[in-house]
Write a protein that binds this ligand. Structure first.
Ligand code: MGD
Ligand code: MGD
Ligand code: SF4
Ligand code: MO
Length: 670
């Protein structure tokens, strides 16, 4: 038997925790993936998805050779070919399309299947050098980023450990039990030390069960709650006047021009809370010694998403929470500031900035966009057929006979079924990479635990080879992924000064260095917290309504996360699918009665399409709000369409983000 060894890795998934892994390896096989007790943030525990990740690495359905399509698009019938043949086919078609339609007729589509800085970004330089269209990677949380930035600029957000020192922990628009399990541990610790825990939500998530108080708002109305609370804080003299005078810009105009009409009764009208509850929340927030808000992205995926976030982001400044250990607001950490990603993305390789295509509008791009029409689509590290809004349009685009589609994947996903050329990709245990996190401040350098499974290639190796085949001579493409990791680490950054370099070199997770007082090192152009920001379309935070796509229909559709998967990832694992059960739509008993729903299935529909779910009648969701958790594969569900058949391509107010939560539907028996 080959000897057993254990190596370190980082969980590569698009998850704020970025846990440390211990990987037990025997020969070429991963025997077990476990939590790394030495990891500063995850400290040895993992979620149920990655505890068992060896079953994904060696999944029965793992793609192990290149293929070309041998059936109709979408059917999923392929024949194996050699890598040489696959690469030649791609290069020949790309050259032909570039010559006939111009290189902008080629569109890359990738997102966050892996968060590794090298592999995630591995295609950018290639497509820049080619002159292809650029993808605006906005599917996740750009509106949340824009709302934060409008007030706080590039200021570093608090370390998540700080919540343990808080006496009021507010989990706002985040189903942490599913999506931030190690933050949950810290909230529990805060509670053990006496903190009160609030959850601000649209329905009773599993996270709500951990809270002392649960506040359910109308979807997309959080900005009104924050403005109502701000009204009370000023009205009752509960603000930290010294902090405002010293560190905050524009609070007087906010107080005098915006807040007078944002009374508790007004906020109640928008949010569905009682006016007395808004009053009480404001008073309790002001009375807390060190209130800590953990802000999720849910409430930012609305037509008013950036403004909702901006309004909430003003609250800690009003009570001076930033000055206190344990106080403040964490939306995303600044872990990304540890590295200069342009070392990999190489925007400078573009001859000129090419057309920018918003990834939320892939359906439009493939079916309607012209001058030039998209003739080639290259998908990697993403599963757009499942995760992208307006699924009907996306599928219509993918089914085009004149579209040449390449998909680089590990499994036969919904998108892979539409590939002309389907290429096998490595998992993160099979390639080099470097990781930072958007939910904590640990970085880690990772070497492969095992060789590539079958004939799979990493993203970087694929694009390196394609660059050679396309005649791209730039020396950049001659590097290995390990060279790129070295290059990222060679460039100094303030967050990395004084870190434990020896542990990093050994492959351990290492904390970045946050300076004392970093929360007050406000990085805005004025050097102050900018409640008034003259560079914004609306210089002052204010109420904006949401879109409510298909506004005439009776039910708001909330599309949250499930514990058993991560977006459309992990769907290759039958045991996880079994534990999740058939994807369900949660419907309040009163709404089920009005629509005469008795199950076992329900069809939700609107002007964009329809999807069938198992009916789950429950008072965990309030009347008027229906909830679908998870983003399943289309091939696994009844009717072949999922929740994103009901979500629209409309964008957020700022950041050009997705509006996954801002849609309406009606229901009928299934
Ligand atoms: N298990 C699991 N983990 C994941 C993911 C997953 O799919 N599954 N996805 C990963 C990814 S890509 C990301 S970006 C993060 C997602 O993390 P986030 O988007 O930050 O948050 P979620 O935990 O998905 O929770 C969003 C919550 O917002 C609530 N919500 C929706 N609209 C509103 C509103 O108007 N107001 C309020 N107050 N709440 C609202 C929803 O009900 C939902 O519970 O998690 C990552 N981790
Ligand atoms: N209805 C609804 N839809 C949503 C959301 C929602 O809340 N509601 N959330 C949205 C959010 S926040 C996000 S971030 C997006 C996420 O959308 P995606 O980034 O597309 O995420 P996944 O669904 O996890 O799909 C990632 C795919 O990449 C593949 N992959 C992983 N690593 C590699 C690699 O190294 N190389 C290659 N070639 N492939 C790899 C995986 O096998 C997997 O199939 O989904 C969005 N979709
Ligand atoms: S998905 Fe998130 S919680 Fe689970 S192991 Fe990975 S980083 Fe940790
Ligand atoms: Mo995301």
């Amino acid at each position: 038997m080959p000897p057993m060894k254990t190596v370190r890795a980082t969980c590569p998934f698009d998850c704020p925790d970025a846990c440390g892994l211990l990987v037990d390896v025997e020969g070429d096989r991963v025997r077990k993936v476990r939590g790394d007790p030495d990891h500063p943030y995850s400290q040895g525990s993992l979620c149920p998805k990655v505890n068992g990740y060896e079953r994904s690495v060696h999944a029965e359905g793992r793609l192990t050779t290149p293929f070309v399509r041998a059936g109709r698009k979408g059917e999923g019938i392929f024949r194996p070919v050699s890598w040489d043949e696959a690469i030649t086919r791609i290069a020949v078609r790309f050259k032909d399309i570039a010559a006939t339609h111009g290189p902008e007729a080629i569109l890359p589509y990738s997102y966050a299947g892996t968060m590794g800085l090298v592999q995630r970004n591995a295609g950018h330089a290639f497509f820049h050098a080619l002159g292809a269209s650029r993808l605006d990677r906005t599917i996740c949380s750009p509106a949340k980023g824009a709302g934060w930035k409008a007030v706080m600029g590039d200021t570093l957000a608090p370390h998540p450990d700080e919540v343990q020192e808080s006496d009021l922990a507010i989990v706002w628009g985040l189903n942490a039990v599913a999506t931030s399990v190690h933050f949950v541990q810290r909230v529990k610790e805060a509670r053990r030390r006496g903190a009160e825990v609030w959850v601000v939500e649209t329905y009773r998530t599993p996270t709500a069960d951990l809270a002392d108080r649960v506040f359910l708002l109308r979807p997309g109305s959080d900005g009104a709650l924050a403005l109502g609370m701000a009204h009370v804080l000023f009205r009752d003299g509960l603000v930290d006047a010294a902090f405002l005078r010293e560190r905050v810009q524009g609070w007087e105009r906010f107080r005098d021009e915006v807040l007078p009409e944002c009374t508790p009764a007004w906020a109640a009208g928008k949010t569905g809370l009682d006016a007395a509850t808004v009053e009480e929340m404001a008073r309790r927030y002001a009375a807390a010694r060190t209130p800590f808000i953990r802000l999720g992205s849910g409430l930012s995926r609305y037509g008013n998403g950036a403004m909702n976030v901006r309004c909430i982001t003003c609250l800690p400044a009003l009570v001076g929470a930033w000055a206190k250990p344990g106080g403040g607001l964490l939306g995303s950490t600044g872990g990304g500031q540890a590295f200069d990603a342009s070392i990999v993305t190489r925007e400078d390789l573009q001859a000129r900035p090419t057309r920018l295509v918003n990834m939320n509008q892939l359906g439009h791009a493939l079916t309607e966009l012209d001058s030039p029409r998209v003739m080639a689509l290259f998908v990697h590290t993403s599963n757009p057929a499942a995760v992208t809004p307006d699924q009907e349009k996306v599928l219509r685009g993918l089914a085009r006979d004149d579209l040449f589609t390449v998909v680089h994947e590990r499994y036969l996903t919904d998108t892979a079924r539409y590939a002309d050329v389907l290429l096998p990709a490595t998992t993160a245990l099979e390639h080099d990479d470097l990781y930072c996190s958007y939910g904590q401040y640990v970085i880690q350098r990772v070497a492969p635990a095992i060789p590539p499974v079958g004939q799979s290639w990493s993203n970087w190796d694929l694009f390196r080879r394609l660059a050679a085949e396309m005649g791209l001579e730039h020396p950049f493409f001659r590097q290995t992924s390990r060279d790129l990791v070295d290059a990222l680490l060679a460039k100094p950054a303030a967050l990395r000064t004084g870190i434990d370099e020896a542990s990093l070199a050994e492959g351990k997770g290492v904390e970045l260095s946050l300076r004392p007082g970093y929360k007050l090192a406000v990085r805005t152009p004025s050097g102050r917290i900018e409640i008034e920001n003259p560079r914004q379309r609306h210089p002052l935070p204010r109420w904006l309504p949401s879109h409510e796509e298909d506004g005439e229909l009776p039910f708001r559709l909330v599309t949250g996360a499930t514990v058993w998967a991560l977006n459309s990832s992990f769907r290759e694992r039958p045991e996880l699918r079994e534990r999740e059960g058939e994807p369900a739509l949660m419907v309040n008993p009163a709404d089920a009665a009005v629509r005469g729903l008795s199950g076992p299935r329900v069809v939700a529909w609107n002007g964009l399409g329809q999807a069938t779910f198992a009916l789950l009648v429950t008072d965990r969701t309030p009347p008027g709000v229906v909830v679908a958790e998870g983003v399943p594969w289309l091939s696994h569900v009844h009717g072949g369409r999922t929740v994103n058949a009901l979500t629209s391509q409309r964008l957020t107010d700022e950041g050009a983000g997705s509006t996954f939560y801002d849609n309406r539907v009606d229901l009928r028996g299934g």
